[in-house]
Design a protein around this ligand. Structure first.
Ligand code: NIG
Length: 421
């Protein structure tokens, strides 16, 4: 199957060479584009692209006639698919009643202390069959695809038993098999201490290390291991135990870090070579220095900061420290029931004063690197996966985050195929 797209008003995020590392600091300001362009895919890859004006009319004609499908994208732009590197897409039911509690003044931590929050989702998930869980998750997967996402990381963490964590990760893997999304999976057994270990957090970490990690690894269900390092959840010492155990099975760390306090999550992530440390509301120069040249990506989750009505991280200062930033949705039932990457970019611009170029790079190329998928996703590059979206008619790329509730996507192409729901 080949697809030829002509008269593209702007091809956005064009990188001539396959990028080998995420963009950092000032580099994030640069978003190379090609005006009045064409793009050719072959199989699931980008085969070639160029400027309409610099290509001989007979070459254009022969590319068009040889292609299986042709799209005239006059007035429309092409963007690399969003790479959403932090989600909890697999969950059962919803938690809108806690949302009401929050509006009445209860904090996220207070709800958790009363046995709600994550533990609420744990109970719902336990009482839901794997097939039903898959059905609910596929609905959300279809939703994010239509919003422009092409690659997604999905965590466990609402199981908290060997059986239910495995159920979640199997569902996550099946999303990767049954949709054109590229799916990375993360084992997050250390998301909350389950009720059966109340008062014995360390005993639960022992179960994670002794039983859960080997069981998850035996089925090859997780690419990464994650932990919520936070007061009332898990400690830096717990993270060390879990990362050391997971390293033996090739699971690279990620960390829920510094969301509600200066928890040490950033530093322990860096120490163990984490792919990313995510959240980062409670960070400053000490954390930024730890991240400099570390190979760990600082991932912002502005949707959760918004939904929990917190103060935003100092992302501009992170850029001054020359850090690589990614933006992800954190789609989950408790702190961010949305997987809309356009909205996340708009929040990052409005609340953290980032530029459109920076947020687009953070939501595409750097998101891909936060899933170790930068060689295949996140930019328009010959040889990369043909995963991109074609907008409706729009005046500029700034219009995307500016027009933050409008549906601006015309066609979605994933792995070289036009996606039809
Ligand atoms: O990333 N902070 C921890 N985990 C999720 C929230 C999960 C939930 O509340 O269900 C997050 O915000």
């Amino acid at each position: 199957m080949s697809l030829f797209i002509k008269n593209i008003k702007k091809l956005v995020g064009v990188r001539r060479e396959v990028p080998v590392s995420p963009l950092k600091g000032k580099e994030m300001e640069s978003l190379p584009c090609l005006d009045n362009a064409w793009l050719l895919t072959e199989g699931d890859r980008i085969k070639d692209f160029g400027a309409m004006d610099n290509t001989a009319p007979e070459t254009l004609a022969s590319l068009e006639s040889a292609a299986d499908e042709v799209i005239d994208a006059a007035g429309r732009m092409v963007f690399p698919s969003y790479c959403d590197s932090h989600t909890h897409l697999v969950y059962a039911g919803s938690r809108e009643m806690e949302f009401m509690d929050k509006l009445r003044g209860l904090s996220y931590q207070e709800i958790a202390r009363r046995g709600g929050g994550i533990l609420n989702s744990v109970e719902l998930l336990h009482n839901t069959s794997e097939d039903e869980l898959l059905r609910q998750t596929l609905e959300r997967a279809g939703e994010i695809i239509s919003l422009g996402t092409g690659a997604v990381e999905i965590k466990s963490g609402y199981g908290l038993t060997v059986e239910d964590e495995i159920k979640m990760l199997r569902v996550a893997r099946r999303v990767g098999e049954e949709t054109p999304l590229k799916v990375s999976t993360t084992f997050l057994g250390a998301h909350a201490v389950p009720a059966r270990y109340k008062g014995d957090r360390s005993g639960y970490v022992t179960e994670i290390v002794r039983d859960m990690i080997p069981a998850v690894a035996a089925e090859g269900l997780a690419d990464y291991v994650d932990i919520f390092v936070e007061e009332g959840f898990f400690t830096v010492e717990d993270a060390c135990r879990i990362f050391e155990a997971a390293a033996g099975y090739g699971m690279r760390p990620k960390v829920h870090a510094n969301q509600m306090s200066f928890s040490g999550g950033v530093q322990v992530g860096v120490r163990y070579g984490a792919a990313s440390v995510d959240h980062l509301e409670f960070t400053g120069p000490e954390e930024f220095k730890a991240l400099q040249d570390s190979g760990t990506i600082a991932t912002l989750l502005p949707g959760a900061t918004f939904f929990l009505d917190m103060d935003y991280p100092n992302a501009k200062q992170m850029l001054e420290y020359d850090l690589p930033l990614a933006i992800a949705s954190n789609y989950n039932p408790g702190s961010c029931p949305s997987g809309d990457m356009k909205f996340m970019m708009a929040l990052a611009m409005i609340k953290m004063r980032l530029t459109p170029e920076t947020v687009l790079n953070a939501a595409t190329l750097n998101g891909a690197f936060a899933m170790d998928a930068g060689a295949d996703y996140g930019s328009i590059t010959v040889g990369k996966k043909a995963s991109f979206f074609i907008t409706k008619r729009i005046p500029s790329y700034e219009f995307i985050p500016y027009s933050f509730t409008s549906q601006l996507i015309g066609d979605v192409v994933l792995n070289g195929k036009i996606y039809r729901q």
